[in-house]
Structure formats: C-alpha cells, structure tokens
Write a protein that binds this ligand. Sequence first.
Ligand code: MN
Ligand code: MN
Length: 299
Amino acid sequence: MKGLDYDKFREAGVIAGTAREHAKALIRPGARLKDIVESCEALIREMGGEIAFPAQISVNHIAAHYCPPPDDPTTVGPEDILKLDCGVHVDGYVADNAVTVDLRDGEGSALSMASRMALENVIAMAGPGVAISEIGRTIHDTITSLGFKPIFNLTGHGVTRWSVHCAPQIPNYDDKRSGRLREGQVIAVEPFASTGKGFIDEVGKAEVFGVTRAAKPKDKLGEKMLEALDYFHRLPFARRDLLRFMSAKEAEQGLQALRKRRMVHEYPPLCEEKGVRVSQHEHTLIVTSSGVEPTTRLN
Ligand code: MN
Ligand code: MN
C-alpha cells in the first residue's frame, strides 16, 4: 500500500523469526519463563529491532497473553506445551510470530502439527482476492481433521506501521463474513488448536497494557510515566517494562492513574479450561500480487 516501506516489514520479520527460534531453543524443563522472554527481547534489541509487544509465553491451557510478572518464579514443567509469541517493530513496521513447543508429546505431536499445518495450508492458498472466510475455513478444517478444535474466539489480524492489531480480522473458522484479501495488506495468521471446547476466557491479572489515547497535560501523569509512554508509542507494554523507567511502587501508582483516567486497556491471560492443551503457530504475511510472502519465516 502507498507510503509503506515493505523492506522494513521484512527486516522486522527476520528479527522476529530469529528471536522466536532463539527463545524456542531455551524452552527446556526447569528454565524460568521470565528468563526465556527476557532473552528473547534482548536479542530483538541486539539485532536492531524494538519490541512491538511484550514477548509472551503461555503454558498448557493458557492460549495467549501470559507475560511473566516482574518476580515470576515459574519454570517450564516436563510435560508442558508452551506457546512463545513475540513481536518486533523496525521504525514502527511490525512483525508478529509464534511457535509451539510440546515437551510431553514432542515436536511433531498431532496437537502442535494441527496449528502448524493450518498455518502452512493458509500460506499455500492465501493471496489477493481470496475470501477471508475461506482462510478461516482452511484453518478450521485442517485442525478438526486432526481431531482438535480451533479456538473460535481468537483471531489473526492485520498489522501496519505502529499498530499490532488492525483490519482485517482473520478468523480461525468460516465466519461467513464477506471481505477479501487485497494486495499490499500485511496480516498475522495465528491458528490455535485445542483439546478442549475451542473457547477462551480472560482469567487472572493482566501484565500487558496498552494506552487508548494520547496523554494530555491535564492528565498530570508525571515525567517518568510520560517518558515511558512516549517510548512505547501506543504499542502494548508489560508491567515489567515500566520498571526501566520507574520504581515498582511508581509503576503501580502510574497504572492506577492510567486506569482512573480510563486511558489504559488491560490484556489478561486468555485461557481454556484447566487440563486442556493448546498449540499455536503464527506468521506475518505480506499479500503480494500473486500470493503471500511470510516475513517471519527464516530460510
Ligand atoms: Mn502473536
Ligand atoms: Mn498476532
């Protein structure tokens, strides 16, 4: 699309893919979740990227949006299935991608393959003019043919400069809505496969936040919070990200101030029922004149 620098989407994609594979290799029983995401984010910055949203590591029935709190002691369990999801921006141009590690049933487990094959099948069929509901149907049919459910109330999404979530939504089933892909769009496709019902709820305390409007002088947010918000550019941030700008106490007071002014959106963990296992794979794709170009696939 006019005015967009696609090479920067590609650059962000290579960094996101490299960080994803780096973090994937750190997922071993006994490793601390917090160390894994921090190492992922450190590599993103070392490679010249910035964090488009806090790296997330969601275990077992948690499908998405688990971000370790600042003092999280949680370690990887020997039978866990983990989704590592990280986002990068280069000058605002976003790449979003995720991978699953299934420690109980292995790399080629049916559950992990279900979301992975769904994503590969979309990459093979997507392109300009393709109906978005057909993409949803491809995801749904791939996952159900392997005996699992897609997560119906999670979707992929468009990405653009300075935005991780924009139109179009990419459903994980045929939602019967109209709408077709257009050349120049950039989309993140993220099939989730579940052993449960295929629906998630928000459960627990949010560690990820996004501001919903620009700060005004009358908000009286304080220098440190203004500096932090300026740095995040309205992209999502984690509680622990605030600690680079202020003390833990100031961070809590600052979040409270944002809530009071109704200018913050909170993203709690998105969970299936306990005991359910969920897999997810995600790539960011540029819609080209003849198909799609995955920016986050390394090779
Ligand atoms: Mn993602
Ligand atoms: Mn995404």
